[in-house]
Ligand binder design. Structure first.
Ligand SMILES: Cc1cc2nc3c(=O)[nH]c(=O)nc-3n(C[C@H](O)[C@H](O)[C@H](O)COP(=O)(O)OP(=O)(O)OC[C@H]3O[C@@H](n4cnc5c(N)ncnc54)[C@H](O)[C@@H]3O)c2cc1C
Length: 455
């Protein structure tokens, strides 16, 4: 939009008493919703994907969301842009939840906290803690929105911890005709809509289960022999409330083991020798050669759950920064076989790899969740931004993990085709059928959903 168009649009909207459309006058002058022109928001967090949507809206109220959804054609909700693929894109419009970011209420009696969809975990976790409550788990970073995380079944770690969506008690959703509906655990569509990939509408708020707050100590051990990791896999992954293994698959070892233990359950020191790994002597980044500035505190120093469960601290760039990610879920009882299958590819994997992380996630009942119906182990790859090399490597990893019925993380890179996805996610066809009833005009469909689910 040039300067004249901008001024014309502004004048129109001020005169009409509407919220300012900053660009795209023709598409916004007849309705509400702030449309923004910030080049930084036109890419995902990693910068590997540029959104194709022509218009980006930032409604500040639920009513504005309803009016936008009703008025616009093709559209997709956008959270904090942390996915590595085109899942949050739309051929026409994106509806960002950046301004729907408030902590709405804590209900101590029912053990719930209600937040707006665009609230990032790091925005309200400390407040929750100060009021005496905690969420059950967090992802490696606190920078992501609650709705965006739940929509893709984002997870942390822990053999008894389900993914973040498992804490959802209910959500409010704007359907394609603008109707606002509440869907709670008693609603038959709940297991489809919560991990909804943005296919059912725009979530405006979520009510999450909370529990009394707790402290966590984080201990890191280095150089775990791979043989020890595979021989004692279950014991190692159960050694804490949340455990992560980091490896670059070189030298038959796991370079770091991060053990996060609740002080109210296992406050004791694990000593210096952990299944052959030795206790780190300072805070470690998962990629040992990188600065430890951004990581959450370790060395067994207790701290509140929100400051220990994520690997990275709010206010710092998480992970490696310029990177790509892929992640694959296998049944936990096949984890050792799967890990060895990947390890056999170590020479191929090494060149584009920064680091692999291995975590556990408890089974859940969400139709599109990678952990649907099975306790899982996630094998994650943080990769260099060498797209050609990465996209050549992923099908090879997917083939190696195919015998284990591997399911991909929806928000990361993968190449598994629609027919295979349908085999691997037993309720995916029902998911698609139900999404069609919520969105008969296919407003929320985009290239990602069309190619991978709706074919
Ligand atoms: C550095 C880094 C670390 C990560 N660590 C982890 C990790 O530890 N564990 C893990 O599982 N994943 C991890 N991820 C992946 C990330 O958690 C997911 O990609 C998550 O979906 C990102 O949330 P977002 O708010 O950025 O969503 P976006 O990328 O903006 O959107 C994701 C999807 O959610 C939908 N969506 C967003 N908001 C709404 C809404 N209000 N209503 C309906 N649909 C909506 C979008 O349409 C889209 O389909 C990581 C990513 C990065 C970049």
């Amino acid at each position: 939009m040039n300067r004249n168009e901008f001024l014309r649009c502004s004048a129109l909207t001020v005169a009409g008493g509407m919220i300012l459309p900053l660009m795209g006058c023709t598409s916004t002058s007849t309705g509400p919703g702030l449309q923004v022109d910030d080049p930084g928001l036109r890419q995902n967090w990693a910068g590997n994907y540029t959104y194709r949507a022509e218009n980006l809206y930032e409604p500040a109220t639920v009513e504005e969301v309803q009016q936008l959804v009703n008025r616009l054609g093709k559209q997709k909700a956008l959270g904090s842009r942390h996915c590595f693929n085109n899942i949050a894109d739309s051929p026409l419009n994106q509806i960002s939840t950046r301004k729907l970011n408030r902590f709405l209420k804590l209900d101590a009696e029912s053990g719930t906290a209600t937040v707006q969809a665009g609230a990032r975990y790091g925005d309200f976790a400390e407040n929750l803690h100060q009021q005496g409550f905690a969420l059950h788990n967090l992802a490696s970073l606190p920078h992501i929105t609650v709705a965006g995380a739940c929509a893709t079944a984002t997870h942390g770690s822990g053999v008894t911890n389900g993914n973040l969506a498992t804490s959802v008690r209910s959500l409010n959703l704007v359907k394609s005709d603008g109707e606002l509906v509440t869907i709670d655990r008693n609603h038959p569509d709940f297991p489809a809509v919560v991990v909804g990939l943005g296919a059912f509408g725009v979530v405006t708020q979520l009510t999450l289960e909370v529990q009394p707050t707790f402290e966590v100590r984080q201990d890191v051990f280095v150089d775990l022999p791979l043989a020890s990791a595979t021989d004692h896999f279950d014991a190692i992954m159960s050694a804490g409330y949340s455990v992560s293994l980091f490896t670059d698959w070189q030298d038959k070892k796991v370079s770091e083991v991060w053990v996060k233990r609740r002080m109210d359950q296992h406050p004791e020191d694990l000593g210096d020798d952990f299944y052959g790994a030795t206790a780190a002597t300072e805070n470690m980044h998962p990629i040992a050669s990188l600065s430890n500035e951004a990581v959450s505190d370790q060395m067994g120093r207790p701290g509140p759950w929100y400051d220990r469960l994520p690997h990275f601290r709010m206010g710092f760039t998480p992970s490696a920064g310029r990177e790509l990610q892929a992640e694959y879920f296998v049944p936990r009882d096949r984890a050792v076989e799967a890990i060895l299958a990947v390890e056999a590819m170590r020479e191929e994997i090494h060149p584009p790899l920064f680091i692999t992380e291995i975590r556990t996630i408890a089974a859940d009942e969400f139709w599109a969740s990678p952990c649907y119906g099975r306790d899982s182990v996630a094998i994650h790859f943080t990769l260099k931004q060498e797209e050609a090399a990465v996209m050549a490597l992923l099908p090879r990893i997917e083939a190696a993990l195919a015998p284990f019925g591997v399911r991909p993380h929806w928000g990361k890179l993968f190449t598994i085709d629609a027919a295979t996805l349908r085999q691997r996610y037993p309720r995916l066809e029902e998911f698609v059928a139900l999404a069609r009833t919520y969105d008969p005009g296919a407003k929320f469909r985009n290239a990602y959903l069309d190619e991978r689910l709706f074919t």
